[in-house]
Design a protein around this ligand. Sequence first.
Ligand code: NAP
Ligand code: ZN
Ligand code: ZN
Length: 347
Amino acid sequence: MTASKGYAAQDKSTPLGPFSFERRDPLPSDIVIEILYCGVCHSDLHMARNEWGNAVYPMVPGHEIVGRVTKAGSAVTKFKEGDFAAIGVLVDSCRACAKCTIGEEQYCLKGMTLTYAVPDRVDGRTTMGGYSSNYVVDERYAHTVPANLDLAGVAPLLCAGITTYSPLRHWKVGPGKKVGVVGLGGLGHMGLKFAHSFGAHVVQFTTSLGKKADALRLGADEVVLSTDPDQMQAHANSFDFILDTASAPHSLDSYSALLKHDAAMVLVGLPEVPPVVNVTNFIFRRAALSGSCIGGMPETQEMLDYCGEHNIVSDVEVIPMANINDAFERLLKQDVKYRFVIDMATL
Ligand code: NAP
Ligand code: ZN
Ligand code: ZN
């Protein structure tokens, strides 16, 4: 077995604390990664506190992982010892279904294997995430890292990055499109950076007045305080696409009223309480309401390579492992600029 240590939640209400555990013995196609940085996604908080009802304890969260390969199995071709490698939200899938074979493993018809809190397809033990010293993963589910990027800023690309890149690409956001991003947090600031980079006219919606200057710096053409009805009304019927990243329960209606005819609103935020939808805003615009889940292996690598070419990383606040519980509380207060990343050397 592979000895590992990390920080775990033991139940939904106690703070995360130090925890030792074992991972599987590496297979010939596996790499062992010494984790250098792990991002703190709001999903980690939802999961640790069992807000989605599927928690398994003890739980080591973390699915925005960047590290160094310390061991490469005999069948590994993509990595050698000493290389940097990255892992996101999924670490395995059936590899044979209609979705896996086209590289959309996140929609695997047999269910993807999440980085933490589900049975490992190899040995059945519960997967443990990246708030830890190392990870054992099949090289098929690990990504190469562009050499020019700051590693701490790369970690959040593995979830916040791909979760926003994928729907923006799928709905062909680019020049001539007016795009809204709801929420300026981890996902939101990456959605803003990508939509701006793709050439769209980007409007950042925020509930936090104090984030306006940052939104403009990060690439927004306009910033709208979503709690101000007059500011919202000024954009009625004007958007081609709105990406909703909000983590807390909220009404969609004030945003969907801003869609143009035949426009689309895509939800990636997954609050504990699902939204109630005013269907008339969609019916009378023939507008689409959709969701989107992270991205598959090829698209995640494409996104990382795009970030390398365009010098895009996440804006991060690097924290020591011991500050994780404080970071969770700050996430709930919308006080993150714009992703916490754990320096795993502090474990
Ligand atoms: P985060 O960093 O905490 O950011 C969430 C942001 O949502 C906040 O900063 C805030 O921005 C905004 N917000 C909070 N409450 C709001 C409200 N009541 N109304 C409108 N906006 C509100 O969280 P994150 O890590 O980006 O994650 C966001 C959500 O996406 C979470 O629910 C997470 O579980 C989910 N997620 C989904 C996927 C997927 O594959 N679909 C992947 C990763 C994460 P302002 O201060 O600017 O208002
Ligand atoms: Zn995530
Ligand atoms: Zn599959």
